[in-house]
Design a protein around this ligand. Structure first.
Ligand code: BYC
Length: 311
């Protein structure tokens, strides 16, 4: 290890932060760009399943909340693309890679939102899983990513609560509303567990990411925490988690849960989930149709910076 690498590793081991101008191993930079880009793409693709319900939200209040939530997700994408840029990545190139199917986004957003209860379940489960995964990222070794995560997590926590509240109303409503809530839990439970990534023995990036202080906990550790926190919430709602093997282990104080369908996970990751093609096509169309907005914004910024130089 040369002196620069030693200094880098000492900073990481001492729980310090690596900043954009600090020396860093190329693998560290590449890993961060990969993860942050995937995360940013997930935020903006994640606007679609819920955006689908903005025009059909059951009340003005629900609509206003949903508009704000979807808008927050665009904002999260913005902070994250900004964090990736501090590593030398080019935002347009990252978007091109997403559009060409060469960079991933979270598998969870390839499932359809067929009823209003799905919007509530996404808030409760998907944002709940996101918080579990992202709170440790506020202490990630790369400063700009860690700082972006602080604000993201505050907003995700509002998102999770609004989802739980919306699902509480359905779970305590008419028999038809309760059926909708249960149906949404049935469809979103397993995909939410998959959000944490492959099991630890099948996670090629984990060891290095943990040594570099990017990941603080393993995929399986975070998944277990999520199950432990969420099963009692399902019970409180009077809903049944769709897992016949689920049981509480008195000795360990953890829930034991059934085997995840990893074939489904890898198929969705490869692009063969129920909505992969639709999500990407919608994203590409939005990008193309928005070209004039980007051009106008760039022309406006250029005009103003030219004026500043002249002044
Ligand atoms: N989906 O070695 P592993 C949100 C890939 S946004 C797709 O464990 P790593 C929200 C992984 O990239 C939620 N791909 O990887 C937004 C790797 O691929 P490559 C997004 C997945 O990176 C709107 C391969 O599998 N959150 O919350 O060490 C509305 C092997 O995996 C997935 C983030 O992005 C997946 N689920 O760990 C509502 C959080 N899982 O590139 C909510 C930040 C794994 O090696 N990211 N892969 O071919 C992370 O924390 C980590 O990247 C992961 C994976 C834990 C996800």
């Amino acid at each position: 290890m040369d002196a620069l690498e030693q200094q880098f590793q000492d900073t990481v081991d001492g729980d310090g932060r690596i900043e954009p101008r600090d020396w860093m191993p190329e693998g560290y930079r590449a890993t961060l760009i990969r993860q942050i880009a995937q995360h940013a793409h997930s935020e903006i693709i994640g606007m679609q399943p819920e955006g689908n319900w903005i025009t059909r939200a059951p009340s003005l209040r629900r609509k206003a909340i949903l508009v704000a939530k979807v808008q927050d997700e665009a904002g999260h994408g913005l902070y994250l693309y900004g964090a990736a840029e501090t590593l030398g990545a080019d935002r347009d190139e990252l978007l091109d890679l997403l559009h060409a199917g060469k960079q991933k986004y979270s598998t969870i957003f390839n499932y359809p939102t067929v009823s209003w209860a799905d919007v509530a379940a996404i808030g409760w489960l998907v944002d709940g899983a996101a918080i579990m995964n992202q709170v440790p990222l506020t202490r990630c070794s790369y400063g700009p990513y860690a700082r972006a995560m602080i604000r993201v997590c505050k907003e995700e926590s509002f998102h999770q609560r609004q989802g739980f509240e919306a699902l509480t109303v359905l779970a305590n409503g008419s028999p038809a509303q309760r059926r909708m809530a249960q149906d949404a839990l049935n469809r979103w439970w397993w995909p939410s567990l998959m959000m944490f990534g492959p099991s630890d023995d099948n996670s090629p990036n984990s060891a290095r990411s943990m040594a570099w202080g990017i990941k603080r906990f393993s995929n399986d550790e975070l998944r277990q925490r999520f199950v432990d926190a969420t099963v009692p919430q399902a019970e409180w709602l009077g809903l049944t988690v769709p897992d016949p093997d689920l049981r509480y282990d008195e000795e360990t104080g953890h829930y034991v849960f059934g085997e995840i369908d990893w074939t489904e996970f890898f198929e969705v990751m490869k692009g063969n989930g129920p909505c992969n093609r639709q999500r990407l096509a919608t994203r590409v169309a939005a990008h193309e149709e928005g070209a004039w907005v980007r051009e106008a914004a760039a022309a406006y910024a250029a005009k103003h910076s030219a004026r500043e130089v002249a002044a």
